[in-house]
Design a binder for this molecule. Structure first.
Ligand SMILES: *Cc1c(COP(=O)(O)O)cnc(C)c1O
Length: 365
């Protein structure tokens, strides 16, 4: 029986090992890990592998993913990464901790926490330069004062997020700034904060080079668990698996064709006027995979296959160096953007496997 195509094979053992190695590495200096589930849409088997690997929390930016994981029976502390608003009532019902930056939202969370006889835990995010979410340091003390006045919330920590929008690297300076703010808030308000969440997969280089990590005791890791990479320069982290996800698609046409289109030129399917180089007649293959499934620029194929282009549902390869027949399967590595899109595509089957075969017929280098 042939497996469904296109599909993503997800090697659970490799994800479990990545989670374990990262939990041990960061645990050596007292940093706990939130495993971030959004890139796999909270796929329960993948998240279970993260939990088995030792992550202490599961964090997602979408409430729906958290609800799915809970419905599947996963038991851990669930964290909502994106500050909620209209979903506040459902958030206090399904989520243990949420990240927040707006008083209006905290008021709603407190209101619904009261209605449901709950106490909702919050981490306040601080803006340290990346210009995505966060309260500016100069506004932090009054913000914390208001947060503490809301009776059904419990302030459990401070956090920051870097290297997402502005491309600002976590370094000794901004991590030290977060530690100083933690100390100030604790002194001013006579409290102790349990979770100081210093960032994401981009924090690896800082952690490896930092002499002192200050008050940082938590990181939220998605890409480094799933793809084995840090995200400042996308280097592989030593010892981690970087091929846990493989995208596999089938060849639906294989022919010798000229490399220059013929006829009168106009726009392509996406409104661009493409240009081509004449390389003579070449062996080409078409795969049943397209931009409606994946971010094609984030795919990495066999070294002898070249991706020439794609439309909504066809991917065109130059296969001159590596002949392909109709019905052959082609494997790809995915970067984070390609993984995110492929996991979200309803057309791509997600197949959970233990480990990848060592020698797939068209496996990677
Ligand atoms: C997505 C997300 C993360 C995880 O980022 P990775 O680069 O995948 O580790 C961490 N924190 C927040 C707030 C996020 O939205």
């Amino acid at each position: 029986m042939k497996a469904f195509l296109p599909r993503i094979d997800i090697a659970l053992a490799q994800i479990r090992e990545n989670a374990r190695l990262l939990s041990e590495l960061y645990g050596q200096r007292g940093i706990s890990i939130m495993g971030v589930s959004k890139a796999v849409l909270g796929e329960p088997a993948v998240i279970e592998a993260m939990i088995q690997g030792g992550v202490r929390f599961i964090a997602d930016s979408r409430l729906e993913n958290i609800q799915k994981m809970k419905a599947a029976g996963l038991i851990t502390q669930f964290v909502l990464l994106r500050t909620p608003l209209s979903q506040a009532e459902a958030v206090v019902q399904s989520v243990d901790i949420s990240l927040n930056t707006e008083i209006a939202t905290l008021q709603k969370l407190s209101y619904y926490a009261k209605a449901h006889h709950k106490q909702h835990q919050v981490i306040v995010m601080v803006e340290l330069g990346d210009l995505r979410e966060g309260v500016l340091p100069c506004d932090l003390a009054p913000f914390i004062r208001e947060t503490l006045s809301l009776p059904h919330l419990k302030l459990v920590g401070l956090g920051c997020n870097l290297a997402c929008y502005g491309g600002i690297k976590p370094d000794d300076r901004n991590m030290h700034a977060l530690s100083i703010l933690v100390n100030r808030i604790e002194t001013e308000f006579q409290l102790s904060l349990a979770i100081i969440s210093g960032g994401n997969s981009a924090n690896y280089e800082w952690y490896q080079s930092a002499r002192a990590i200050g008050r940082i005791n938590n990181l939220r890791l998605g890409e480094s668990i799933l793809l084995g990479r840090e995200t400042v320069s996308r280097k592989a982290i030593p010892g981690l698996h970087t091929h846990a996800f493989q995208l596999i698609a089938e060849v639906i046409e294989s022919k010798q064709k000229p490399s220059l289109p013929f006829g009168t030129s106009g726009q392509d399917a996406f409104g661009n006027v493409p240009s081509f180089q004449d390389r003579g007649v070449r062996q080409r293959a078409i795969l049943a995979l397209g931009r409606q499934d994946v971010l094609v620029s984030g795919l990495n194929a066999h070294s002898k296959l070249e991706i020439l282009g794609s439309s909504s549902d066809h991917l065109i390869l130059d296969s001159q160096q590596h002949p392909l027949r109709v019905g052959d399967e082609v494997n790809f590595d995915l970067d984070y953007g390609a993984l995110l899109a492929a996991m979200t595509s309803p057309f791509i089957h997600k197949q959970l496997i233990k480990e990848h075969r060592q020698t797939a017929p068209l496996s990677l280098k």
